[in-house]
Design a protein around this ligand. Structure first.
Ligand code: PGA
Length: 253
């Protein structure tokens, strides 16, 4: 399974910052490091990111998308327009979309399906709240999110999954290796039942307060295929050091 180090900039950085970020990332990277990098810039940074990643192995995509190529959807992002600009991946169901904007599982399922249909890989995010965990509802919530999220998905088309416990996002509180391993194996087993072929190629990332000082204990876990990093991805030096430490912990895979 390929190793992915994805940076979710959320609503941070403008086009000039994006260009400067890519310049330093490219200057600092060595060997094939950039082939593991995936960036999710805000939509208005897309042209700068498309330009700055030209001729590199860096992949990038949208933080949110509307399940149609165009139409009356004020303020939304067209997946086909993103794809025309070079986007290869699209975040779907990030916890901020679910919790701040009230996106239900059914709407998320339509986005997953539409992205796949236009040749963009959906990165479906799932994760429980602290209340869910306290009340032992973690596996129930995760399984509901992945089951409904994939109802219209095609197991023969590329798909990525991220486990992001809501209580670990932007809080500095990272899930323990045991908690991560437990949920990742629930997700992996679900994928196996859904489609053995899809399971063999679908990476499952962990996200939630990943930093250079906590990444190594998670990177070596057998069910973790990479990371989705928010705050710590905003500095290219820290982002690259997370990538390097993670690869080292995985035996440079
Ligand atoms: P964080 O965000 O690394 O700042 O916790 C992760 C995410 O929201 O994808």
């Amino acid at each position: 399974m390929e190793f992915i180090c994805a940076g979710n900039w959320k609503m941070n950085k403008g086009p000039a910052d994006a260009a400067a970020y890519l310049k330093s990332l490219k200057e600092m990277a060595q060997g094939d490091e950039l082939s593991h990098v995936v960036l999710f810039p805000p939509a208005y940074c897309a042209p700068a990111v498309a330009e700055g990643t030209k001729g590199t192995a860096i992949r990038w995509g949208s933080q949110n998308s509307f399940p149609a190529p165009n139409g009356a959807a004020t303020g939304e992002n067209s997946p086909t327009a993103f794809k025309d600009m070079g986007a290869m991946v699209g975040l779907v169901g990030h916890s901020e979309r679910r919790h701040i904007f009230g996106e239900p599982d059914e709407a998320i399922a339509k986005k997953v399906q539409f992205l796949q249909s236009v040749g963009v890989t959906p990165l479906l995010c799932v994760g429980e709240t602290m209340d869910d965990r306290r009340w032992s509802r973690t596996s129930e919530v995760i399984l509901r999110q992945i089951r409904i999220g994939l109802t219209a998905a095609d197991p023969n088309l590329p798909l990525w999954i991220a486990y992001e416990p809501v209580w670990a996002i932007g809080t500095g509180e990272v899930a323990t290796p045991l908690q991560v391993e437990e949920v990742h194996s629930i997700l992996r087993n679900y994928l196996l039942e859904w489609s053995a072929a899809a399971s063999a190629t679908t990476p499952i990332l962990y996200g939630g307060s990943v930093k250079s000082d906590n990444v190594q204990s998670l990177a070596s876990l057998s069910h973790v295929s990479g990371f989705l990093i928010g705050g710590a991805s905003l500095d290219p030096k820290e982002f690259l050091s997370i990538l390097r430490l993670a690869r080292e912990a995985r035996g440079n895979r």
